[in-house]
Design a protein around this ligand. Structure first.
Ligand SMILES: *Cc1c(COP(=O)(O)O)cnc(C)c1O
Length: 373
């Protein structure tokens, strides 16, 4: 029998989360962002849940090939554009739209031989200072691109650094709008946080929104708002089972480094899941976990293949548990109880994004395509 650790991808939840985005940005088209192998979910696994989007945004050319192989004929956008000249051949062949963020990419296009002109998204650096043309160079870049026979329509995009925080996006929005002003073409600037917070941020959605994390049921501005606050549903469950139980006397410790010492007699459940499965080692005593859908906490250090949970509260409450009991590390328990990945991420000092993306190769994945959500 395989180890009981298991990840489950919930198709109905992906569909639901896409609908949430559609409701808040009713007039925009939606790029479902599936970079990093659909935030660790697996592009092929999420496809059915997200095929209602208007396009797929990603970075790796390999991932674009995979989306085409799934039969997707609609738009695909390379969010970082091409990395070298010959990538443009694939763009021509597979009809990939691509970001243009630097002069070198314009030069590559200018020498590219293609029968069909490319749809491009010209990226502005409006303050994030990662990719894009600075506002003072943007219009000149637009003019050069527009003069190329290799280029079809030019859309305009930028990316916000603080859509999830107090600083907000006003400054970047104003720079973007005043620079693109009268230029013809579609506009795209909202990630998940900006899309969900449109009203609060005082912006419109533009022509295309680019949600990633919200589609995967994690709150972009946790812990200010939880996933439930945004009506988002977990799309990834990490579950396992209890494989051992230990009774501790007061003063005894559990796990490496003896970091947790029992202050009373306790019952400890040993769970088949560790950092080699992608569960963060930075989680320590206090991280929430569900046993048969009932909330308790992790104790001691996470080891490579195991972690330990406090079963005492279940024992005190007279609840049933034992070897083989269901453990929910994040996501949905069979009972319907939910443990948001954001809570676990917070305990590890990180964000839901990182935990999803770090799910280990060795964890088997089940796709739950039950229509009921
Ligand atoms: C990753 C990414 C997004 C999606 O961001 P989320 O915070 O996951 O919604 C949007 N736009 C660009 C350019 C990205 O790289």
């Amino acid at each position: 029998m395989p180890r009981p650790v298991l990840s489950t991808i919930h198709i109905a939840a992906l569909r639901h989360n896409l609908l949430v985005i559609r409701q808040v940005a009713a007039h925009a088209r939606v790029w479902a962002i599936v970079k990093a192998n659909a935030y660790g979910h697996g592009i092929e696994r999420v496809f059915e849940g997200l095929r209602g989007a208007d396009g797929f945004g990603l970075l790796d050319l390999d991932e674009a090939v995979r989306v085409r192989q799934m039969g997707w004929r609609g738009p695909i956008l390379l969010l970082e554009g091409v990395f070298e000249q010959r990538d443009l051949e694939l763009c021509s062949r597979l009809n990939l739209w691509h970001t243009v963020h630097c002069d070198e990419q314009i030069h590559m296009l200018a020498t590219h031989k293609t029968e069909v002109p490319h749809r491009v998204f010209l990226k502005m650096n409006s303050g994030m200072n990662r990719l894009g043309f600075r506002p003072e160079h943007y219009r000149a870049a637009w003019t050069r691109l527009n003069a190329l026979p290799q280029v079809d329509e030019i859309s305009m995009m930028t990316h916000f650094s603080d859509a999830d925080g107090d600083k907000g996006v006003q400054h970047q929005m104003q720079i973007f709008n005043s620079t693109v002003q009268d230029l013809p073409g579609e506009r795209s600037f909202c990630n998940s946080a900006a899309t969900l917070r449109l009203d609060e941020l005082g912006i419109d959605a533009g022509d295309w929104v680019r949600p990633g994390i919200a589609l995967y049921g994690s709150s972009p501005d946790a812990p200010v708002h939880t996933a439930a606050d945004w009506s988002l549903q977990s799309t990834m469950t990490l579950s396992s089972k209890i494989i051992g139980i230990q009774s501790l006397q007061k003063g005894e410790s559990v796990g490496y480094g003896s970091t947790f010492v029992a202050d009373k007699s306790m019952l400890i459940g040993v769970v088949a899941c560790g950092y080699a499965d992608g569960y963060p080692r930075h989680c320590s005593t206090g991280t929430p976990v569900l046993v048969n859908g009932v909330r308790t906490q992790m104790v001691g250090r996470v080891s490579m293949d195991m972690l330990t949970v406090d079963l005492t509260p279940l024992q005190v409450a007279g609840l049933q548990f034992g070897i083989g009991s269901e453990i929910t590390l994040w996501g949905n328990a069979k009972s319907g109880a939910v443990l948001s990945i954001d809570e676990v991420a917070k305990s590890a000092g990180t964000v839901g994004y990182e935990l999803m993306c770090a799910l280990a190769q060795r964890v088997p994945v089940l796709v739950d395509d039950n229509l009921a959500s």
